[in-house]
Ligand binder design. Structure first.
Ligand SMILES: Cc1ncc(COP(=O)(O)O)c(C=O)c1O
Length: 367
């Protein structure tokens, strides 16, 4: 790996100040993930040149890729989603939340797709350097900067094989709300398609999983719902996850979430909430959840709250399930207090307010 004085080197070819755009403010309308910043980071893996090349931060621009690149034909693409936060205490500090978990998941996803994994140390340095360069784009609390590291296979030729050369790149985008409404989401139970199967790549964060999920998302939208609730791939009986979130069910003081079976994305927010919920005194269960029991428990009032959790959406209360023509309201359509308690605890921690008992925050330091 490219090093100087024992440090990973990152080259910077930055735009002069007067050529940079004005970052938006919290008052602006900011649709999620649509605003490009001034720079991006690119780092190629080229076996003939000794592997990982020196990462470069350069002005945001299109790539030139051959139409027969492996990524276009055999889908060798994995990505991550993480955020940088501005410390809400007003000390200017920039915080990442458990970024080493993203580094590890990114590498695991790459290995599952037969790709060259980005070394975790390289990943972490690149994220920090780009966030530092683009720090004016970090919206203050409750906003943030969404970070999208991506890895693609770059070899050319349509013969079916794993690429040998890869491009690792990172783009960032100012983030405000993931959903237009902050009042809770409606979720469509998908009974036809499945997202993943045992032995498949459901636990990898690869673009292919998201492409295959699009028809169900279109069905959900047509039914007036925001997201899809996925059931297991074998029996279409057990709850797996929701769109780009993991899912949790609240039974008074007990919180249940589907156990990781290999077909669910192991969310970093999920694992953080499992820990925080226990810290707060809730009983947390990772288990198997039958959708028909879930529906009965909503009807009988035993199940009091449902929420999705993920980096982009943080904690998103689910206030309605849509099952075919039936609409099932949860908690009278109101946001529940357990969801709100956990959301506040998590957000406080991410924005530097709560005590960091688990060492999850990383203050960004760039070279
Ligand atoms: C399919 C899927 N499940 C769960 C999650 C939540 O994962 P995390 O909490 O790491 O963002 C995401 C978001 O990245 C996702 O895309």
């Amino acid at each position: 790996m490219p090093q100087s004085n024992g440090q990973l080197r990152v080259l910077k070819n930055l735009l002069p100040r007067h050529k940079r755009k004005n970052p938006p403010s919290l008052q602006d309308e900011i649709p999620f993930g649509r605003t490009q910043t001034d720079h991006m980071l690119v780092c190629d893996y080229i076996p003939q040149k000794g592997g990982w090349q020196t990462p470069e931060i350069i002005p945001y621009a299109n790539f030139e890729l051959s139409p027969d690149s492996v990524v276009f034909h055999y889908g060798q693409e994995v990505f991550e989603g993480m955020k940088a936060y501005r410390n809400a205490q007003g000390n200017g500090e920039i915080l990442l939340f458990r970024p080493e978990q993203n580094a590890r998941r990114f590498a695991n996803s790459a290995v599952r797709l037969g790709m060259q994994p980005v070394p975790e140390e390289l990943f972490l340095r690149c994220v920090q350097e780009l966030v530092s360069v683009e720090q004016d784009w970090i919206l203050p609390n409750p906003g943030s900067l969404y970070i999208r590291p991506t890895l693609i296979g770059m070899d050319t030729g349509v013969s079916y094989r794993a690429s040998l050369a890869y491009r690792f790149f990172i783009i960032v985008s100012p983030a405000k709300n993931y959903y237009k409404r902050e009042t809770g989401v409606s979720v469509f139970i998908e009974r036809e398609h499945v997202r993943a199967v045992p032995g498949g790549c459901g636990e990898a964060k690869c673009g292919g999983n998201y492409a295959a999920a699009l028809p169900a998302l279109q069905r959900a939208r047509a039914a007036g719902a925001e997201q899809v609730l996925w059931l297991d791939g074998l029996k279409r009986t057990y709850v797996e996850e929701v769109g780009a979130m993991n899912i949790m069910f609240v039974y008074d003081n007990v919180i249940r979430t589907p156990a990781l079976t290999g077909s669910i994305l192991p969310g970093i927010t999920r694992s953080s909430i499992i820990q925080l919920a226990r810290d707060l005194g809730y009983t947390m269960e990772e288990t198997r959840l039958d959708i028909s029991e879930v529906l009965q428990d909503i009807e009988s009032g035993k199940l009091t709250e449902v929420f999705g959790c993920g980096t982009a959406a943080v904690i998103s209360p689910v206030i309605e399930l849509v099952d075919g023509n039936k609409r099932i309201e949860i908690n009278g359509g109101a946001i529940g207090k357990v969801s709100m308690n956990l959301k506040k605890t998590l957000i406080d921690l991410q924005f530097g307010r709560g005590q960091d008992n688990h060492g999850w925050r990383l203050a960004v330091s760039a070279q």
